[in-house]
Design a protein around this ligand. Structure first.
Ligand SMILES: Nc1ncnc2c1ncn2[C@@H]1O[C@H](COP(=O)(O)OP(=O)(O)OP(=O)(O)O)[C@@H](O)[C@H]1O
Ligand SMILES: [Mg+2]
Length: 344
């Protein structure tokens, strides 16, 4: 059970304006600044608002300077909104912080350390079409039939390996199965080598290369410098992180342990965008003593929508357990249409 202590439920009169209107668990998410915090809640329960206010609070109380906070959002648009909202809450624009998507943040890091993985700092980031073209060339050179093995299909397997933090040396002949005649592990290696020769990387590499650097004792100084820099880590839409993004966060947070992730543990179980619900379930294991906060008041939906959603969600095996309630008036009855299989 969460103990909403008196000062959180009944804020002092001299409370800073950015805290106004927050409910008790949101306050708890803002004020529990030190140690690992996991905020779990459904859609429209004010998760992002709590995270944004937490950011404002860290800056306003001078617990950290802007460059000492790493804040991860799921889209660039969300990053812009957060920048504006925090600026609005504090009344001054904030400069020099590390706020952005996983891709943008990893790219920014990799530009600084590119030579550690054999790239130059002006490396190119290639798009999907170029990825396919490159793989096709390699397949031709290796005499692998691209009618029997469409490069697009093979590339999606390679990408999944990357999303799980697996570099070519971690992929065995057995992992390749019969893909590309049992040679997909080889194609993956050749593809990575070719990218390096071209001073290029794909989107998956941004995170993968940073993991390689962080995990190599020869480059321990790099991770140490980020441990020194980042006092606080904040993550929105945590349910959508893949394994490689999770490992990156875990490595960065292992020194300070001040990591706050907010996520929707129901959304991810629907399997949207191939999310890894295991990351939510693992958080409490990897960060012992993590404070888990549940936001259960919904500010967007009406009771009928919530009842319909709970009926579906209750069947989820891995569900961590939380209820949604809303103070809004009852709305139109909702009919469920089966589209929680990622077909949206
Ligand atoms: N304590 C509150 N009192 C009143 N309104 C609130 C409160 N917290 C959040 N809201 C409003 O509820 C709406 C949803 O908030 P927010 O975007 O933070 O939720 P969320 O849980 O992040 O949603 P999503 O699941 O879409 O990411 C916003 O309009 C926000 O201003
Ligand atoms: Mg949100």
């Amino acid at each position: 059970m969460i103990d909403h202590s008196a000062d959180m439920a009944n804020p002092a009169a001299d409370e800073p304006p950015y805290m106004h209107g927050l409910n008790a668990p949101q306050r708890e998410a803002v004020l529990t600044t030190d140690g690992p915090v996991l905020v779990l809640a459904g859609a429209g329960t004010g998760k992002t608002r709590a995270l944004t206010t937490r950011l404002a609070h860290l800056l306003a109380t001078r617990k950290a300077a802007p460059h000492q906070i790493l804040a991860v959002t799921f889209t660039n648009k969300a990053a812009r909104e957060m920048r504006e909202r925090v600026g609005g809450l504090l009344g001054v624009p904030v400069e020099g912080w590390w706020l952005g998507t996983f891709h943008a943040l990893a790219a920014r890091m990799l530009r600084r350390h590119a030579e550690r993985v054999g790239l130059k700092s002006d490396f190119n980031i290639i798009d999907t079409d170029d990825q396919i073209r490159l793989l096709k060339q390699i397949m031709e050179a290796e005499g692998i039939d691209n009618k029997a093995w469409p490069p697009r299909v093979l590339m999606s397997v390679i990408q999944r390996w990357k999303d799980r933090g697996l570099t070519p040396d971690k992929i065995s002949r057995a992992d390749a199965g019969d893909l590309a005649g049992g040679r997909l592990n080889l194609l993956y290696k050749l593809y990575q080598d070719r990218l390096k020769t071209l001073n290029a990387c794909d989107f998956g590499d941004l995170m993968l290369h940073m993991l390689t650097i962080f995990q190599d004792p020869a480059h321990a100084d790099v991770l140490a410098s980020y441990h020194h820099q980042f006092k606080y880590i904040l993550v929105d839409e945590y349910q959508d992180t893949n394994v490689s993004q999770y490992l990156w966060l875990r490595l960065l947070a292992q020194a300070s342990k001040n990591i706050c992730c907010v996520g929707d543990d129901d959304q991810s179980i629907y399997g949207w965008r191939g999310a890894e619900v295991g990351n939510i379930l693992r958080f409490e294991k990897d960060f012992p003593g993590a404070r888990v906060i549940r936001l259960e008041q919904n500010y967007r939906s009406t009771p009928h929508i919530l009842a319909a959603a709970s009926g579906v969600i209750a069947g989820n095996r891995d569900r961590l357990g939380k209820e949604l309630w809303t103070a809004a008036e009852e709305g139109e009855k909702v009919r469920l249409i089966g589209h929680w299989d990622g077909e949206e």
